[in-house]
Design a protein. Structure first.
Length: 267
C-alpha cells in the first residue's frame, strides 16, 4: 500500500490542486451529490427549534430577528421597490401595476416594500411555511392585502407554473440564489422565470459572484451563505442562453459586501 501511495502521489496531488484551485472555498465533507444537496437544503430551512430557528429567521430576514430591526427591515424592501422603479425609467418601459412573483420571500420585507405602492397580486413562493406565515403577519400588521402565499416542495419547483395561471410582470429573487442547492437548480429557476414572465416582463436576480468557477459542493449547512455562486460572465451567459435580454448589472453595497450583484433582464 505504501508503495502505491509513493508511486502515484506525485500525480494525485497536482490533479487535486488543479481541481480545488478552480473552486471557491468549501467547508465540511465534499463532494456532495445533487440529490443530497436538495435534501440537506430542505432539512435546513424546515428547522423549528431553539438556536436553529433563530438562525434561520435571521437568514430569512424576519423583522426583529437578531439584527433585523424594523427600520432596517422596511428599508430593505423600500430599496428594492425604488430599484425596480429606476429600472423601468432606465429601460424606458413606463410605470405599470405589475403582477409580482418573488421566489424566496423570507420574512416579507419585499412584500411590504412593493404592496405599499402597488395594488397588484404578489405571489410569494417559499419552501418554508414559517417564512410564508411571517409574510402574512407583515401584511396584516401594515394592513395590506393581495399577498398570495405558495408553499412548494424544494424537489418540485416547477409546480409553481401549474399554480399560477397568469403572466408575471416582475420576477424577483434576492438573497436566495446563494442558498440554492447548486447551479443546476438555479438554472431551472431561471428557466421557470422566463416561461412565467409576460413579454417585456422584468427579472431581478441577486447573485453572489466569485472570481473562480465553482465545480464542487461541500456540506450544505456549512456552506449555506455561499453554496451557489457564479462568476459574472457565467451567469450572464446562462440567462441569455434561456432567452433573457440583459438590461443592467450593479453591485449591492447594502451589506458592505462587494461580491453581491443584481442582474436585471427582460423577456
Amino acid at each position: 500500500m505504501k508503495h502505491l501511495i509513493k508511486k502515484y502521489l506525485p500525480f494525485i496531488v497536482p490533479l487535486y490542486k488543479k481541481i480545488y484551485s478552480s473552486t471557491v472555498e468549501l467547508k465540511g465533507n465534499f463532494p456532495s451529490t445533487a440529490g443530497g444537496r436538495i435534501r440537506d437544503a430542505s432539512k435546513f430551512w424546515q428547522r423549528k427549534k431553539g438556536e436553529d430557528l433563530i438562525y434561520e429567521k435571521s437568514l430569512s430576514h424576519h423583522m426583529g430577528a437578531r439584527n433585523w430591526e424594523e427600520n432596517k427591515f422596511v428599508a430593505y424592501g423600500d430599496k428594492h421597490y425604488s430599484f425596480y422603479m429606476a429600472i423601468l425609467r432606465f429601460a424606458e418601459m413606463g410605470k405599470i401595476n405589475p403582477n409580482i412573483l418573488e421566489w424566496g420571500t423570507g420574512g416579507g420585507a419585499n412584500v411590504l416594500g412593493f404592496l405599499k405602492h402597488f395594488k397588484t397580486k404578489y405571489f410569494g413562493v417559499d419552501i418554508s411555511k414559517e417564512n410564508l406565515n411571517e409574510c402574512q403577519k407583515i401584511t396584516q400588521k401594515y394592513k395590506l392585502n393581495r399577498f398570495i402565499p405558495i408553499f412548494i416542495n424544494i424537489e418540485k419547483p416547477n409546480i409553481v407554473e401549474s399554480i399560477i395561471d397568469e403572466k408575471i410582470d416582475l420576477f424577483l429573487i434576492t438573497y436566495v440564489i446563494a442558498h440554492l442547492p447548486d447551479k443546476q437548480y438555479a438554472e431551472n429557476i431561471i428557466k421557470i422565470a422566463y416561461r412565467m414572465l409576460a413579454n417585456n416582463g422584468v427579472a431581478i436576480f441577486h447573485v453572489l459572484l466569485s472570481d473562480k468557477t465553482k465545480k464542487l459542493y461541500g456540506d450544505y449547512t456549512h456552506n449555506v451563505h455561499s453554496n451557489t455562486v457564479f462568476n459574472y460572465e457565467e451567469f450572464l451567459v446562462l440567462c441569455k442562453k434561456h432567452g433573457f435580454i440583459h438590461i443592467l448589472q450593479t453591485k449591492d453595497d447594502t451589506l458592505n459586501n462587494q461580491y453581491f450583484s443584481y442582474f436585471v433582464f427582460k423577456k
